[in-house]
Write a protein that binds this ligand. Sequence first.
Ligand code: NAD
Ligand code: UGA
Length: 352
Amino acid sequence: MKILCLGAGGFIGSHLTQRLLKEGHCVTGVDTHDDKIREFSSDANFEFIDKSIGDPGLDSEDLVHRSDLVIDLIAYANPSLYLKLPIDVFRTNFTENLRIAEYCVHHKKRLIQFSTCEVYGKTPAAVLSGKLPDPDNPAYATFSEDKSDCILGPVNKHRWIYASAKQLLERVLHAYGLDGKLNYTIIRPFNFIGPRIDYLPVNGDGVPRVFSCFMAALLNGTPMKLVDGGAQRRSYTDIDDAMDCIYRIVENPRNVCDRQIFNIGSSNNEVSIRELAELMRAIYREHFRKPGVPLSEIVEVSGLQFYGEGYEDCDRRIPDCSKARELLGWTPKTAIEELLFRTMLYYVRQPQ
Ligand code: NAD
Ligand code: UGA
């Protein structure tokens, strides 16, 4: 197939580009960064366009027109950016991606749109705090694609602009699908981890997602910061397991993915952020600690101190992946200890 991969230079995009090329597809990648995909630049089946999708010099409609399949991963995907650049987050994650979706409608192209598990927002237990007899019951935090409600916080907590933009885009795709005008598949990833995730901040420059913050702290012997105590929970998913599911969605056997939403995540790997910090610290101490560099301490900071005004958190999220299992035969395999060890090893081996 001729596949247009928007956001090919990102964490997931780089792994997907690698897989698509390995499977023999022709890939056109668009991104404003290419450092994670430079190694594929000599592949005759790969063309890279180093431009923003908002660049007036980029004829993205023509790129859509010339493709058999469009995969859109473009987003601002780090919470620190939702706080710092909320308008840019909305424009990129909704307006620009809507334009691509409408080209797909016009040219009748199948679209795989990356959304997020953040569309589910907070759990009912968080909203009804104190009113549930068993607030820790995982059933309150287990989200399924076609049944769960989406509970987002107030407008003055602008962290939610990311989830709102993604959710609105999903709703527009669904509406085009109802009219039979668009064949889409929406993917909601649950906290993927693997090599090439984000970047390691140097001298406190920028705030990536939590794995990279903790990894940088461990390598430098600086404190691992737990935002608001670290009781909040996530379900971490190995990028290779995720890629296996994503590629099944690309193949779309018997058209089972048409106009469907898929959670991709690993419910067995649910941990609190405090547990994540402790696990990474223990793995680092056992396998990677460098002589002379102190072992990081785990310290607490407030969301206000760490991210600034407008931060609110998702308290807990566990994926119900029964749809991916039933329609695609997919289940994740990798345990959290193994995925952390492998990803940490990748960063330990990078030149500092
Ligand atoms: P990422 O930040 O590594 O990748 C996004 C890519 O989009 C980046 O390479 C960035 O340069 C590119 N981009 C942003 N704006 C652009 C523009 N205007 N023009 C061209 N390129 C632009 O993030 P990721 O983790 O690879 O996420 C990929 C997608 O999956 C995103 O849509 C994200 O919201 C979604 N997602 C990811 C996760 C996860 O676990 N990694 C979880 C939930 C949702
Ligand atoms: C992020 C983004 O919103 C999306 O990219 C995506 O939808 C989602 O990840 C995902 O990967 O599925 P979040 O999980 O909140 O959402 O992102 P992180 O920055 O990785 O934060 C996870 C938790 O760790 C949050 O509770 C955050 O407050 C905390 N954190 C983060 C720390 O305690 N310390 C840090 O140094 C950084």
